[in-house]
Write a protein that binds this ligand. Sequence first.
Ligand code: KIV
Length: 273
Amino acid sequence: MSIKIKERRISVKDIETRKGVEPIVCLTAYSAPMAEFIDDNVDIILVGDSLGMVLYGMPSTLGVTLDMMIAHGAAVVRGSDKACIIVDMPFGTYQESPQAAYRSCARVMAETGCSGVKLEGGVEMAETISFLTKRGIPVMGHIGLKPQSVHTAGGFKVQGRKPDEIESIKKDAVAVAEAGAFSIVIESTIEQLSSEITKESPIPTIGIGASVDCDGQVLVTEDILGLFSDFTPRFAKRYAELGTQISDAAEKFASDVKSRRFPTDEHCFKAKK
Ligand code: KIV
């Protein structure tokens, strides 16, 4: 008899110690089956609020609710047993005050079983990050392009092209690390800036449209699989074309049904003799 020894989940502490040692691999998942497919090959599974756009067809992430994140977060935890699971905090559930953030994050941690949360913001969120981390909630920061600020930023724009933006993003990175975050996502930021932040930051940086020098990389799984075609960002490398395969399979099924080639004997139940 062979006994399968269950691997311990990767913890946020394990992620912290990977800085400068080995690149951190991170992908998003929103469902139990997707989590199961990717679990063996990633260190972190991010239950991103990108699910609003990718899964629910919303125009931005602003309509995502806490209940949605909790339902998807719990599914991803159930579907995985190795990766460190981080759940995104949705718009409006943490910005108001550290206390409001604590209540929302505590629900996410308790009701999903995840290992930490991610929230967008730099200097302006430092007090909240410090409040949360001192009370047992591991936080991953998110700086550079912050999709929840799409309206104040005037669109999904690459950040750090102007000198004042460079300075403010550097300050954000320092503030998030000093507040006690265990890692920071840097999104859509000019390469040199992400590289500099990575060299100076004491905590791991996870890049998305950032730099190969970051301590890790994250992409939206549907983007790399060809399952989301509304918009393909420059930074999303395609590793498969599953969307096309799904359309082809649906076409073949439709043709089989219309021509009565499906079902055949092997798919039908017969009475016992
Ligand atoms: O919501 C998300 O999926 C994210 C990643 C793109 C970093 O925040």
